[in-house]
Design a protein around this ligand. Structure first.
Ligand code: OAD
Ligand code: ZN
Length: 268
């Protein structure tokens, strides 16, 4: 079926759905210049998830190969400093204002859905620009650019990275303890889980955008929505694990398809 017809099918479903929920992954931000995890050249292609994706791996790497942490941070800082919402994010922001999107559930930690104007965003894997106190659990949000520039300056200042240097540079909580980035690493509990499953259970359509669907429990949300009777629309130019449940599959980039969907919703 031609792409245009699939887009029209998706628009038709969205028009007839009382509650639309979005579920997004790294592909959503690919067109903002942030590499995905598992595509060729992706983050887990360049860096070892065993070394950088878990708390114990990070500590181990910090001791044995601090240079690897440094290059990961240096590469990441520049990417996030220049990442802006892409036309896909922007379209979702407008769709919320038009009443077409109730909630965005995302696995992304980049804050781009909020920057594009979505007001109800559940971040199952946390947010890179929020910190959580290691002792009392209190959370605080940092301004993105100054936070990234602070880390960059600290990296320039510090000679060899070690645990003490890292602890010294982490923001301090009022209780006196260091605050870590509030992102979910492998083996840690995901965030906003009951709310996310409730959203999946109560929506009439779910837009599944740019996720490989392999990291659980988040990856189970589309099945949950489908079981509860929702229509599932997937936009992803790559292979998909959701082909068995998607009512419409659009094999194209979200930054290209979502503005097309929005245009048609606005013309209605
Ligand atoms: P992946 O890297 O696993 O998957 C990215 C998906 O985006 C693939 O299916 C691509 O085909 C698709 N894609 C690439 N470019 C796209 C574009 N322009 N438009 C639409 N789709 C595109 O990323 P996630 O599924 O988000 O977890 O990975 C899930 C989790 O694994 C992440 O949240 C992270 C990672 O380890 C944690 O950090 C805990
Ligand atoms: Zn504290």
């Amino acid at each position: 079926m031609p792409l245009i017809e699939k887009i029209e099918q998706a628009v038709d479903i969205l028009r007839r759905s009382a509650v639309v929920v979005v579920f997004s992954g790294a592909g959503m931000s690919a067109e903002s210049g942030i590499p995905t995890f598992r595509d060729p050249g992706g983050i887990w292609d360049q860096f070892d998830p065993e070394e950088l994706g878990t708390g114990s791996g990070l500590l181990h790497t910090l001791t044995r190969h601090p240079d690897r942490i440094r290059s990961f941070l240096e590469a990441t800082i520049d990417i996030f400093l220049s990442a802006k919402p892409n036309p896909g994010h922007v379209a979702l922001g407008v769709m919320e204002r038009m009443g077409y999107v109730r909630t965005v559930i995302t696995q992304n930690v980049d804050n781009l859905h909020q920057e594009a104007g979505n007001s109800r965003v559940l971040e199952m894997h946390g947010n890179l620009f929020r910190q959580r106190c290691l002792a009392c659990g209190k959370k605080q949000v940092s301004e993105k650019t100054s936070y990234l520039l602070h880390i960059r300056r600290a990296l320039e200042r510090i000679g060899r990275l070690d645990l003490n240097a890292v602890l010294r540079e982490l923001p301090q909580c009022r209780c006196g303890s260091p605050m870590r980035p509030d992102v979910v690493m492998f083996g840690e509990q995901v965030q906003d889980m009951p709310e996310s499953f409730l959203e999946a259970d109560s929506c009439s359509a779910m837009l599944v955008l740019g996720t490989s669907g392999v990291v659980y429990p988040a990856a189970a949300l589309p099945q949950k929505a489908k079981q509860a009777g929702a229509k599932v629309i997937e936009i992803n130019p790559g292979d998909s694990v959701y082909s068995g449940i998607a009512d419409v599959q659009i094999p194209e980039k979200t930054g290209r398809v979502l503005p097309e969907i929005l245009k048609r919703l606005q013309d209605a």
